[in-house]
Write a protein of this length. Structure first.
Length: 623
């Protein structure tokens, strides 16, 4: 069905190649510069990406300011940079080997811009640096009013350019303190979603209403520019009584479909695309798949029927599509949607119970999360859905039949072999506790012994003494090499990871701290001040990823009073220069799906770590 609130948007502007986009706007660091390697933007194979400014930050550490900025895909390979404070250049010679500069002795209030140097000619000023005066930046937020016996906590966040100004904004999920896991009974408060600019300006607030239950598995929101108009949209599951950012209600405002245990097992289910700038519902269709017979999903009381995942994928190789899904313990259905010219079009539906897929081992293979990657290197993305993968055309690509689990990681985990790898942990005690596979074929490369519910696992290059990514998990007692061999002491945390200090190995992010792995123990690099982690024992940040500055990753926690999102950006210098990870589309779509169910860290399409090759430069096209 089409929502009566639906209205048509203007047709998207054509994507501009680097040569056309250069000129007056180039001085703002928003578009391509002449001679850019991203003149490939005009060539077939360039993927649509958001138009970003320089993302300049100034992080004070007591003895000065670390100024860092984005190396954009639209910059020439040999671009250099100058840093200016109040119009005066502070670096002696143009900066070529990195995209950061430490200005010793400067106060935390110093105002910086960055200027690209192309062919020896200095360009215009970038945006002014965002100041991290105390080592962090607070984005003010306001909790919704609570209800009987509950208040609200800031939960998962995502980013996108909601208003088209080249700067990323936050989309924040507010979760009531009486939120429930699907397996638990009880009525919950409403889930609320805010659009918030970096200065704390709230653009809109969406109330999902009483017929969307609150918890980790019910609301997976995607923030992405799906139609290429330069502004991100926001997509999520809605229901009768959802109120959009302009105050208009979707469906029947008075309907209450909750049963005595608080589950919602009747009534219509919708998928809505919201305007990222206004919060207005632009188009609503029936959610695919509908719940149908509740028992088909694995139980009758409402646990497994309401396990939802979501993501964003470049299924045609150039433009993003929305992925929505239901179920992973038994039946799984995945739908792919395009949002073009103000309306939804369903591209395909994958159903493990269909005549095409039944009996082929795709049932019961889903994770509490998903990953998106071009695993077969055909230029189009696949959906890695746990122990099975769906091809860009909606057909099953492979299944290992090794079953459900909580965590999975896709990346170039073993740079000494061709292609991407996939590391996963298993919940079934009759299956291997963890395993690594060729992400293209699903061929198992190595596995560990069977274990009980192996709830957490990570794969990343945290140890410079071993080439490639190391893998470890809760039910294993060792740190493993890309080929499965033991390389020593297992880290003390099994959660997120972050590129934080100056080298290319990744650090351990757990709870409200960042640690450096060492063979004899961890070294504390950061403890968040007056902040809290989310999602109970998962202890995850609101968001972690490369959202500002150079290629290193920011971490965003909620303050303990739920009055701000506190962003930390690294104060450490680096001599490594990598194009902003926001323009590696595997990494960028990973930031979009990070909030899905049991949050997982993002991984790029190429290897970053000790001994890495020169990082590739992405070919992207911007509005």
């Amino acid at each position: 069905m089409q929502n009566p609130l639906h209205h048509r948007r203007r047709r998207p502007k054509r994507l501009l190649c680097a040569a056309v986009a250069a000129g007056a706007l180039a001085t703002a660091g928003l578009v391509a510069l002449p001679g850019s390697s991203s003149e490939a933007n005009a060539a077939p194979g360039a993927r649509q990406a958001e138009r970003l400014d320089r993302g300049v930050v100034s992080v004070h550490n007591g003895s000065g300011n670390l100024v860092s900025w984005r190396w954009l895909a639209s910059d020439p390979d040999d671009v250099a940079f100058n840093v200016h404070r109040g119009g005066t250049k502070v670096n002696a010679t143009p900066i070529t080997g990195s995209t950061n500069y430490f200005h010793s002795g400067a106060p935390n209030s110093a105002d910086y811009t960055v200027r690209a140097v192309v062919g020896g000619v200095e360009q215009g000023d970038s945006v002014h640096a965002i100041q991290f005066r105390a080592g962090y930046k607070d984005v003010p937020i306001t909790p919704p009013a609570g209800g009987s016996g509950y208040t609200y906590e800031a939960n998962d966040a995502s980013v996108g350019d909601l208003d088209g100004d080249g700067a990323l904004d936050f989309v924040l999920k507010w979760q009531p303190t009486n939120a429930k896991d699907n397996s638990q009974s009880g009525v919950t408060g409403n889930t609320v979603i805010d659009g918030v600019k970096m200065d704390g300006t709230r653009l809109w607030r969406i109330d999902l209403g009483r017929n969307i239950r609150s918890g980790a598995h019910y609301t997976q929101f995607q923030v992405y520019d799906y139609d290429g108009d330069g502004k991100a949209e926001v997509a999520m599951k809605t229901a009768d009584g959802t109120v959009d950012g302009t105050g208009r209600t979707i469906g029947n405002a008075s309907a209450d479909h909750r049963n005595s245990s608080g589950h919602v097992l009747s009534g219509p289910e919708f998928l809505t695309m919201f305007n990222g700038q206004t919060g207005a519902a632009m188009g609503t269709v029936d959610y695919v798949p509908g719940r149908g017979n509740v028992a088909d999903w694995g139980d009758t009381y409402g646990n497994r029927v309401d396990r939802f995942l979501a993501g964003t994928a470049y299924l045609d190789g150039s433009r993003p599509s929305l992925i929505t899904a239901r179920g992973y313990y038994t039946r799984t259905v995945i739908a792919a949607w395009d949002w073009r010219d103000g309306k939804f079009t369903r591209r395909w539906t994958f159903d493990t119970k269909s005549s095409t897929n039944a009996g082929k081992g795709y049932d019961g293979q889903g994770n509490h999360s998903l990953s998106i990657a071009d695993v077969d290197k055909d230029g189009k993305d696949e959906i890695v859905y746990g122990a099975m993968t769906v091809d860009d055309n909606g057909n099953g690509l492979w299944t290992t039949r090794l079953g459900h689990g909580d965590a999975g990681h896709v990346g170039d985990l073993n740079p000494s072999r061709a292609g991407l790898e996939y590391f996963k942990v298993s919940e079934d005690s009759s299956k291997p506790g963890s395993w690594m596979a060729d992400a293209r074929t699903g061929q198992i490369l190595w596995q560990t012994a069977s274990a009980s519910d192996n709830g957490r696992g990570v794969s990343a290059d945290i140890h410079a003494g071993s080439p490639g990514a190391e893998s470890w998990s809760a039910a294993d007692t060792t740190l493993r090499s890309p080929t499965g061999g033991s390389v020593g002491r297992e880290p003390s945390s099994i959660n997120f990871v972050s590129w934080w200090d100056g080298d290319t190995t990744r650090e351990l992010l757990d709870g409200t701290r960042i640690d450096k792995y060492g063979t004899g123990g961890e070294t504390r690099l950061l403890t968040g001040a007056s902040v809290s982690a989310n999602n109970g024992s998962k202890s995850t940040p609101a968001l972690s990823g490369d959202i500002l500055g150079d290629w290193r990753e920011e971490v965003v926690w909620r303050t303990s009073d739920n009055r701000a999102l506190r962003i930390y950006s690294t104060p450490h210098q680096t001599g490594t220069r990598i194009t902003t990870l926001l323009q590696d589309t595997q990494y960028r779509t990973a930031l979009a799906w990070q909030n899905t169910a049991y949050n997982q860290p993002p991984h790029p399409s190429f290897f970053i770590g000790s001994g890495m090759a020169t990082a590739p430069r992405p070919a992207v096209a911007t509005p």
